[in-house]
Design a protein around this ligand. Structure first.
Ligand SMILES: *Cc1c(COP(=O)(O)O)cnc(C)c1O
Length: 414
């Protein structure tokens, strides 16, 4: 296609139609072993039927309302707005969802779909344990067998979430290979899926992996932006000037952004984990390096070394600590529709403290990255402008990390 006929950002449909086999421009696709191709095709067909089915949609909407606690509030953060001295800041309160984060919007959708497709068992991989808990929760609600793969190093670091998943009736299987973390758990879950694909659905936790996962997970998370669009119109009678969200795999951010992609006046910023600083190489800021590769079934920006090997990433927040990013983000980045920025561990901890002190809300360290970047840009906005920040999760899980980083131990003087 010649550049002269390319539509400019935000004017036409921002994402290609789903009939395009899950391609977002040059990104996305299905890079999987032959044995999984049929499973992905069946899943895509099942999903396409379900999303047009009134009964499926009504049942999912009922669970979101009565069990997850939707709609979540769109909350005007007055003291935070005053402290930053610029625009009015609204928080979309995904931290108030059951289990404490947005992840359950997706696990509820996928597990309902799995049942519709006749599966009796679900599997998932988890790093910090948040996606594992959200999967085990809905599996318990619906009476499905559930097995969660987790690196043994992560199990040690996140012992409380391991107990949660077991209380919820899930089998937690430790993975003792490689670095004993998320990527090893993903490999093990893939192996399980290949073997048990007739009975088992693989619940993927973000807008990653082979088609149909990136568009399916996006659609399940898009409820965030649909609510925020309506709530903001009710509150202000117009559209917001800017949206800000953190980007791990990219599901909470695309969930907020999706409804607004066609609104050219709404600026959107995704915030990645800058870790110890971009120059150190120890970070998870995929858009700071822009190298394209294939990871876990999809083509996108992936952090790699000079030989093309996937690099080990670093972030203070486990949920942002992954070397790839969702393919739709890569596409929207290239089109200039979404801006991406990174904040360091240290800045994220400042954002964490800022929200605690101004609003009485302890955010997830992931969400604190978005808060930190918001604090940096707010002075550039005027008082009659407004920004929506996606508060993707609550920070109870992070208080120990924050306590040691900020010197707030029970015996300390700080
Ligand atoms: C998992 C997680 C994230 C990162 O994942 P996305 O798919 O980018 O949303 C962000 N915030 C919280 C609270 C999480 O649990």
């Amino acid at each position: 296609m010649s550049t002269s006929v390319k539509p400019t950002s935000a004017e036409s449909s921002p994402s290609p139609p789903s009939a395009d086999l899950g391609h977002f421009g040059p990104y996305g696709g299905r890079y999987v072993p032959e044995t999984l191709m049929a499973a992905l095709e069946a899943l895509a067909a099942g999903y396409d039927a379900a999303r047009h089915d009134r009964e499926f949609r009504a049942e999912l909407a009922g669970i979101l309302r009565q069990y997850v606690g939707r709609p979540t509030p769109l909350y005007l953060a007055r003291r935070l707005s005053e402290r930053l001295g610029g625009p009015r800041i609204y928080l979309k309160r995904e931290d108030l969802c059951h289990t404490g984060a947005h992840k359950i919007n997706n696990t509820a959708g996928q597990i309902l779909l799995a049942q519709r497709l006749g599966k009796r068992r679900v599997i998932a991989e988890t790093g910090a344990g948040q996606h594992g808990v959200a999967t085990a929760t809905v599996a318990a609600l619906r009476g499905l067998r559930c097995e969660i793969y987790m690196g043994t190093e992560d199990m040690r670091r996140q012992a409380l979430n391991v107990v949660r998943m077991r209380l919820l009736g899930a089998t937690v299987t430790g993975v003792d290979s490689g670095s004993r973390t998320l990527k090893d758990a993903i490999n093990e879950a893939m192996r399980d899926w290949v073997t048990n694909v007739d009975t088992t659905h693989y619940v993927l936790g973000s807008v990653l992996g082979a088609d149909p996962y990136p568009r399916m997970v996006r659609d399940f998370q898009a409820v965030i932006g649909e609510e925020a669009h309506r709530q903001f119109l009710e509150a202000e009678g117009r559209l917001p000037d800017c949206l800000v969200a953190c980007v791990g795999g990219g599901s909470n951010s695309i969930g907020l952004f999706h409804r607004f992609l066609g609104e050219a006046g709404v600026r959107m910023i995704g915030v990645e984990a800058g870790g110890l600083g971009i120059a150190t190489g120890r970070h998870a800021a995929r858009f700071a390096e822009k190298t394209v590769g294939i990871l876990h079934g999809t083509r996108s920006y992936v952090l790699q070394d000079a030989d093309g090997q996937i690099r080990v990433t670093h972030s203070v927040s486990a949920g942002l600590d992954y070397s790839g990013v969702g393919p739709e983000h890569a596409y929207l980045h290239d089109r200039g529709r979404i801006e991406y920025a990174a904040v360091t561990d240290t800045e994220a901890l400042e954002g964490f403290r800022l929200l605690c002190e101004t609003e009485g809300i302890i955010p997830a360290l992931e969400s604190a990255h978005a808060v930190a970047y918001l604090a940096r840009i707010a002075p550039g906005f005027t008082r009659d402008q407004a920004i929506i920040l996606n508060l993707s999760g609550r920070g109870d899980k992070d208080v120990e990390v924050a306590a040691s980083a900020l010197g707030l131990g029970a015996g300390g003087a700080a």
